[in-house]
Design a protein around this ligand. Structure first.
Ligand code: ADP
Ligand code: MG
Length: 604
């Protein structure tokens, strides 16, 4: 015999609401039919009028007193049980689908119904019916549900779904009633948020960081956008206490100005130390350059990479580096730790990063991560119980990017445009689906095409994901290249300011979020730019929808609409959670209410 605990583990149930949300997939309604309707599953009170057998079949004629009708039941495999149940004159209740056959009302192999009047829930799970029912009967009660924080109405609804009294309260024509679905969505959101917030462990911070940022802000050559400001404000609130180490994720599209938020946070930490980690040396170098450019000159900044160091990291105020930082045994502890482009780090590296933020284990660093993978607002709210989230949905300036879906008929025009851009000293990037040719993909590979391009363009550079020299190739391309052929490796958030044209080969094979990342490579400094989606399926409504917006948050919502959600979840705080009732594209309001309820109940 398996214990209840084992059963719960088997179906991955960890809270009472998980169990309550395991609602029946259907109900067997044993109530007497109120009408005599052909085609309907029916339950009738019946009296056996006659019984006959021929050719091994058994024919039973029933009389239905309520409808004053006769009805024929047919059994194909006859046992002594049938003769006993359907003995002449017997009164019983039978059920089955009512049909009309050759002017005779019939039910084929009618069942004898025992629990007349009951509605029996049917569960679909990895457990046996009786096991599921035992768990439900043992643990679910109105009071237990109310105790989880649900309202009386919500609790009653769940009880009615598991212990049904009246099928009309549940279904209309076999479809769950809207009011029930709405409650299930709410319970699903509430349960998810509650579970996350229980997982969240708060630690005291090493220090309250109260540095003045006005010197830095006032010296900027531009004004911060409202969302940059509100994010900085949220971080200021986080850092101003040492009661609680902050855990925040700042999510903003490529080009939304996250670096300014990083630098402002750094100024809050000053004169204490801050550490900033980036996924590649190119990016670390870029951040270092920007920090030197924008931060007041009295701030000591150091750079730490595998084969390059600038400044004295032991004594610097601000230490910027790659994962090379993780291997410095004498890395000073800092009360503020930040991670840029966190979506580019692998799971293992992320765990290491967090270990840096852990300080002495009792007092943690304030920990802020930055991600350029936009997620829909609902998704952000669903994650917000585990980590605070700030969204930067607007970029400081509108990018001038024209996106077009093209196919092979447009190739000569495309080639012409590439020549034009290169003649203007701009750079072009062509992204291939694969390095080597493959039978399963009907597009050219990088290796197959490179000769074509190398013959036509002098400064053609080639790299791909497994290329050991990829960073060096990219550095050189940035300086002196015209055309870069690559696979999706170029997703790395480096800035190629002269890049104005990108061609994505086999675009329909990629998720919208990936396409968006790739498109984000061009026009970084406001030059007019183009993104060509090269495809054999130019009519794709998904690709065409993508051409109409450059806002990553809109694209994340589009991805949801086209049910391509996996791509968005990738690299966010938690991925893979599937909701049975909630629709991340539509249920923002419900999630917002659930979030409020959970945060109120946590404060109590
Ligand atoms: P992200 O890291 O979010 O991709 P960056 O921080 O690199 O974006 O910013 C992109 C560009 O926009 C940079 O050249 C930066 O100097 C500039 N920038 C940032 N904030 C503003 C602003 N408020 N107004 C104008 N330009 C800005
Ligand atoms: Mg950035």
């Amino acid at each position: 015999m398996q214990t209840h605990k084992q059963l719960f583990q088997k179906i991955k149930i960890s809270t009472l609401l998980d169990l309550a949300l395991l609602i029946p997939s259907s109900y067997q309604d044993n109530q007497l039919s109120s009408s005599f309707t052909i085609g309907q599953n029916s339950i009738f009170q019946a009296k056996v009028n006659s019984i006959n057998s021929y050719n091994g079949k058994l024919m039973v004629k029933f009389y239905l007193p309520k409808f004053n009708q006769t009805l024929q039941g047919i059994f194909f495999r006859v046992t002594p049980y049938h003769y006993q149940s359907f003995a002449l004159g017997n009164e019983l209740v039978i059920g089955g689908k009512l049909v009309l056959y050759r002017d005779t009302y019939q039910i084929s192999q009618p069942k004898v119904i025992k629990n007349v009047g009951s509605i029996v829930p049917k569960y679909k799970s990895a457990l046996k019916q009786e096991q599921t029912k035992e768990l439900i009967n043992t643990y679910l009660s109105l009071q237990a549900l109310i105790d989880t924080g649900l309202s009386v109405e919500e609790s009653e609804c769940l009880m009615a779904l598991h212990f049904p009294k009246d099928i009309k309260q549940i279904y209309d024509n076999g479809v769950l009633l809207d009011k029930n679905i709405k409650i299930l969505k709410m319970v699903e959101a509430f349960n998810h948020l509650q579970k996350l917030s229980n997982k969240r462990v708060e630690y005291p911070a090493q220090k309250a960081l109260l540095g003045d940022i006005s010197l830095f802000i006032d010296a900027l050559p531009f004004r911060l956008t409202p969302e940059q400001n509100s994010t900085i404000e949220a971080i200021r609130r986080d850092l101003s206490t040492k009661d609680k180490a902050s855990k925040r994720m700042v999510v903003g599209d490529v080009g939304s100005g996250k670096t300014m938020v990083i630098l402002a946070s750094m100024m809050m930490a000053y004169p204490s130390k801050a550490i900033l980690m980036a996924p590649t040396s190119l990016l670390a170098l870029q951040l270092y350059e920007e920090a030197c450019k924008y931060l007041p000159s009295f701030v000591d900044i150091a750079l730490v990479m595998q084969n390059k160091e600038e400044g004295d990291y032991l004594n610097a105020n601000f230490i910027i580096g790659t994962h090379a930082l993780l291997y410095k045994e004498n890395l000073p502890t800092a009360p503020l730790v930040m991670v840029d482009e966190q979506h580019r780090f692998g799971t293992k590296q992320r765990a290491l990063l967090e270990s840096i933020a852990r300080g002495d284990g009792k007092r943690h660093a304030h920990f802020i991560q930055f991600s350029a993978t936009p997620i829909p607002r609902t998704q952000a709210m669903m994650n917000s119980a585990l980590v605070d989230i700030s969204l930067i949905t607007q970029t400081p300036f509108e990018k001038k990017i024209t996106t077009k879906v093209v196919d092979k008929r447009d190739f000569s025009q495309l080639l012409g445009h590439i020549k034009e851009e290169i003649a203007k000293k701009h750079q072009v990037l062509i992204v291939y689906p694969l390095v080597e040719e493959s039978e399963s993909i009907e597009y050219q590979s990088l290796s197959q095409s490179r000769e074509f391009w190398e013959e036509r363009f002098e400064n053609t550079f080639v790299t791909h994901g497994k290329d050991k020299n990829k960073e060096r190739v990219l550095m050189e391309f940035r300086k002196s290249g015209d055309l870069l052929l690559a696979t999706t490796v170029v997703e790395v958030g480096i800035s190629l300011p002269r890049l104005t044209l990108i061609v994505i080969v086999g675009a329909e094979r990629l998720g919208l979020a990936t396409l968006h990342q790739l498109r984000g490579r061009v026009g970084r400094l406001g030059l007019e730019s183009w993104c060509y989606l090269f495809t054999h399926t130019p009519k794709s409504s998904r690709l065409n929808a993508f051409t109409h917006t450059t806002n990553g948050f809109d694209i994340a919502s589009l991805d949801l609409k086209f049910r391509d959600g996996g791509d968005i979840l990738d690299g966010t705080v938690q991925s893979g959670t599937k909701f049975r009732w909630l629709d991340m594209g539509q249920d923002e309001e419900i999630v917002a209410i659930a979030q409020q309820r959970v945060s109120i109940s946590n404060k109590k």
